[in-house]
Ligand binder design. Structure first.
Ligand code: ADP
Ligand code: MG
Length: 722
């Protein structure tokens, strides 16, 4: 087959050239060069204006409109100095993608010339024609207006392209009634909620600094890199981002030879350029390595505040995709591009802290910090247990269903891994008083008498969806293609709720008497462990035994997106989000609707692509093979020689089965549905299994069809030809 041959030939002849002098301009030196950062603002803004802007950034207060013109003018000058011709309000619609509309600075004057113009009001607010973004019923079609509003806490930056540059302004995207149409607004609201509640605990422990408590996020991004020549020869990779067909390669990941192995040159060159681009944007990329599956890799930044990390994470995904092209590669962010080998996730490392205390989920060195740490840790335990279904729902996508609830890490059951030592501490509190620690020594849950807690959580557990890793939690259920916004909003809000609960209990029990704090802390933590300790699980999350045990413990096990997403509308979830002003009922409703719709659309595209490939590529290959065998059988029989009836019969049967399976799938996608949820269930219960049946037949055909007839790049080629 020529397409395949051509692809392999092209790859064998591939050589890449890099025009960048990496030796003489290091990424570290370029860090933040394209960012309108605090230090640039300090240089370019009048002192009083700079003060007002930094106050806004630090305290999250509203920007004084009178300063906007000055800031806009400085920003414009800086952008022009850096080659920008356009500006764009960048926003994050509910599709999970990044949206931008570019406007030129150009403004003609009466004399027939043009000047560059950018006013404060254009900086602060935009009004993109947003009617084509999904709003899940939040906007009537006749009122298509959506507004973008500058998020001062996320700095503006310049995106270069080969022929110019654009000043990008991170914005929130809201309807004219103020409802959030995007993924940024709820992040900002949830961070506020968490801060308010965490301050109460800090005050009880004697921190009156009022320093803002911010949640922090470091997201590890897994991805696959596949040669573009192969991708363009695979309609499934092009339209669905994953292979819908493909027999397993003779060699998979069983040798464990890819993980942390030497990174191939082309890939390393690609990574260097990705990192360079990200550094210019002020994104602190830190780690890169091979992942478990062949052709799978990971990049991770140093953590930042949740809001900034979310914007930056979007830029990481955009950049990974963009730069790949230059190296003849395609970056696949899908959660499961290839069956039979590992999929990709996005581990969201999460904590919260403030300027006076640092990381509040760090056990710390002194007893005082320990007690405070245990309070926050207990809040996490309560939150994860109480709202396990929410944590599952925010990771529910068509792609991620191949990981969660399938045979891959982590399971759909949300539990917490605490590690032996910390589990032991909580167990002792539960059983009365904590008097000893596993490492020896005496332990007492008093503010004055706690020994050091272990900094290292001991052995690592790779199967837990929510793991304590020494000074933070790692939420591992998030899918590789997802925005981290939803997961962060969920965590901020459920922990705000738990911290609120604990603060209220402590305030009530101490009645303002600091001397009673020790006992009150002890009591409240004990009650939380009693009520919510069932969510702690340090064992192997992949086993059937855990599935049974989790069911006994009453932990939800929502295996698919249509199971998980509707829980967003459960009374307790609606109440939670409205109580903290993070999402109104209408906003939640629109999200549920849009995410279900996205699921349906994705599955529909997959089904249509499956049918097309089966009918126009795989079936003809089977027929060609069948004709070849039939020809040979005829001739052999004429000569009175034995012929291979068995193969001929098998390919004939498989061809018929393929047509039947394709027809079945066609009939299933033609069905009409009462509502979005009914359609999702149909996708999940009928269409996905039918695609599976079609694939099974097609893969069996691939196993027997002559190589020269097979039209699709194989798993072996895609994963191993470099
Ligand atoms: P591993 O692969 O062992 O899980 P990595 O080094 O790849 O670890 O990633 C760990 C991530 O956790 C990094 O992005 C790191 O910045 C982040 N991280 C560390 N401390 C915090 C914190 N306090 N809050 C949020 N993220 C953190
Ligand atoms: Mg990790």
């Amino acid at each position: 087959n020529t397409v395949r041959r051509e692809a392999i030939r092209a790859i064998n002849n591939y050589s890449f050239e890099t025009t960048i002098d990496f030796k003489n301009s290091s990424s570290i030196d370029l860090f933040g060069d394209n960012v309108f950062s605090i230090s640039i603002m300090k240089k370019r803004l009048p002192k009083d204006i700079f003060k007002k802007v930094s106050k806004t950034i630090e305290e999250g207060t509203r920007l004084d409109p009178s300063v906007a013109d000055v800031v806009a003018s400085a920003m414009k000058d800086w952008a022009l100095d850096n080659g920008a011709t356009h500006y764009a309000h960048v926003f994050f619609p509910l599709t999970g993608l990044t949206a931008e509309k570019h406007d030129s600075f150009l403004m003609p004057d009466l004399a027939g010339n043009a000047i560059a113009e950018f006013s404060g009001s254009t900086l602060i607010q935009g009004e993109p024609d947003a009617s084509s973004f999904p709003n899940g019923g939040l906007r009537e079609t006749f009122e298509a207006r959506g507004y973008t509003a500058w998020d001062v806490t996320s700095p503006a930056y310049i995106m270069e392209n080969p022929n110019g540059a654009t000043l990008c302004i991170p914005t929130a995207f809201v309807s004219w009634t103020g409802e959030a149409l995007d993924k940024k607004t709820p992040i900002l609201r949830s961070m506020q909620a968490l801060n308010t509640q965490a301050q109460r605990i800090l005050r009880l422990f004697g921190d009156d600094s009022n320093k803002i408590v911010n949640s922090t996020c470091g997201a590890e991004q897994e991805y696959f890199l596949i040669d573009r020549n192969f991708v363009t020869a695979r309609p499934d990779l092009l339209t669905a981002g994953r292979t819908l067909f493909g027999a397993p390669a003779p060699k998979g990941q069983e040798f464990d030879d890819h993980y942390f192995g030497a990174i191939p040159d082309r890939v390393l060159a690609y990574m260097c350029e990705v990192e360079r681009e990200l550094c210019k944007l002020g994104i602190p990329v830190k780690t890169r390595h091979n992942e478990v599956a062949p052709s799978q890799f990971e990049v991770a930044p140093v953590f930042e505040t949740a809001n900034l990390a979310t914007d930056h994470q979007q830029l990481v995904m955009v950049t990974l995709r963009k730069v790949a092209r230059k190296y003849g590669l395609t970056c696949l962010l899908h959660e499961k591009p290839f069956s039979g080998i590992n999929g990709s996730g996005k581990h969201v490392n999460y904590s919260f802290g403030n300027a006076s205390q640092g990381n509040l989920l760090d056990p710390g060195d002194t007893p005082h910090e320990n007690a405070q740490f245990l309070v926050f840790c207990a809040a996490v335990i309560r939150g994860v247990h109480k709202y396990a279904k929410l944590l599952r729902a925010v990771a529910a996508t068509a792609g991620n269903d191949h990981r969660l609830g399938a045979n891959e890490a982590p399971p759909a059951i949300i539990s917490i891994f605490l590690g032996d030592q910390l589990t032991d501490v909580f167990k002792q509190i539960k059983n009365g008083d904590a008097t000893s620690s596993k490492g020896g020594g005496t332990l007492n849950i008093g503010v004055d008498s706690l020994p050091n807690l272990p900094k290292d959580a001991g052995d690592r557990n790779r199967t837990s969806p929510f793991a304590f890793t020494g000074n933070r939690f790692e939420f591992r259920a998030v899918g590789s293609a997802q925005s981290v916004s939803g997961p962060l909003v969920a965590m901020n809000t459920i922990f705000a709720d738990s911290i609120d609960y604990i603060a209220t209990e402590l305030e009530r029990r101490t009645g303002g008497d600091g001397a009673k704090l020790n006992d009150a802390v002890k009591e409240v933590i004990k009650e939380i462990v009693d009520a919510h300790g069932e969510v702690i699980f340090n064992g192997d999350g992949y086993t059937d035994a855990w599935q049974e045990e989790a069911a006994k413990r009453g932990l939800p096990n929502l295996k698919t997106t249509p199971d998980a997403l509707p829980t967003l509308m459960d009374d307790d979830i609606v109440e939670l989000f409205s109580r903290f002003n993070v999402l109104s009922k209408a906003e939640l409703e629109s999200r549920t609707e849009i995410y279900l719709e996205q699921y349906n659309l994705k599955i529909a595209v997959e089904a249509k692509t499956s049918i097309k490939m089966a009918d126009t590529q795989i079936y003809p290959a089977a027929v060609a093979h069948q004709a070849m065998l039939a020809d040979s059988c005829l001739k052999l029989r004429e000569l009175g020689l034995p012929c291979d009836d068995e193969s001929l019969t098998r390919i004939t049967t498989l061809s018929a089965e393929l047509r039947a399976a394709s027809a079945n799938l066609k009939a299933l996608i033609a069905k009409e549905h009462a509502d979005t949820l009914a359609e999702s269930k149909h996708c999940c219960d009928k269409i996905i299994p039918a695609m599976g049946e079609l694939r099974a037949v097609a893969d069996a055909i691939e196993e027997m069809v002559a190589d020269e007839f097979w039209p699709l790049p194989t798993y072996q080629e895609m994963l191993f030809v470099k």
